[in-house]
Design a protein around this ligand. Structure first.
Ligand SMILES: Nc1ncnc2c1ncn2[C@@H]1O[C@H](COP(=O)(O)OP(=O)(O)O)[C@@H](O)[C@H]1O
Ligand SMILES: O=C(O)[C@H](O)[C@@H](O)[C@H](O)[C@H](O)COP(=O)(O)O
Length: 163
């Protein structure tokens, strides 16, 4: 989880490799209307996001039925969005990729994205609700390199998964 540009796609792919688990990028699951809305510079609202979040939850659930966890890149900005994912997968662990707005704006400015403009970072940050104490999760600071972050996240997982 985390705002656009925080490193979800990068870290999701890397964690998928490191943990030998399937990786699903939530970016790829947005319907065309959502992509067009963001491309035009408009933030999504809750009604745009609910079906997308349900789809993500269904895919996690389908993996669990097959007997495996899934790594997912999903902004999951509000607690209510994470609650919806937990309705599908109560054991879900959220890894919040946290960074300063300056650092993330720099990274967004330097990358090419199919539809997400850097101008939407402000609304992403305004929408973000950090993990609360009762949410199973890990918070990392994205100033570290992807490899260092993967080490930190993997090291934190046993403590998070132990009941
Ligand atoms: N830990 C990191 N250190 C340096 N650059 C990073 C790191 N994580 C991601 N990036 C770069 O920052 C940009 C945004 O990352 P990305 O994975 O696309 O974020 P998101 O999926 O959250 O939008 C990309 O150009 C990516 O290569
Ligand atoms: O809920 C949302 O507002 C979107 O999902 C958004 O958070 C997401 O960031 C975009 O899909 C762009 O993709 P990136 O996060 O990869 O920039």
């Amino acid at each position: 989880m985390g705002v656009s540009g925080s490193g979800k796609s990068t870290m999701g792919a890397l964690l998928g490799e490191r943990l030998d688990l399937p990786f699903i990028d939530g970016d790829d699951l947005h319907p065309d209307e959502n992509r067009e809305k963001m491309r035009a510079g408009h933030p999504l609202d809750d009604d745009d996001r609910w079906p997308w979040l349900h789809r993500i939850g269904e895919l996690i659930d389908a993996g669990l039925v097959e007997g495996h966890a899934t790594i997912v890149a999903c902004s999951a900005l509000r607690k209510s969005y994470r609650d919806l994912i937990r309705r599908h997968a109560p054991e879900a662990i959220f890894v919040h990729l946290r960074g300063s707005s300056e650092l993330i704006a720099d990274r967004m400015g330097a990358r090419d994205h199919e539809y997400m403009p850097a101008t939407l970072l402000g609304s992403q940050l305004a929408t973000l609700e950090p993990l609360e104490d009762d949410e199973r999760g890990v918070v990392v600071d994205v100033t570290a390199s992807p490899d260092e972050l993967a080490d930190q996240i993997i090291a934190a997982l046993p403590a998070v998964t132990t009941p």
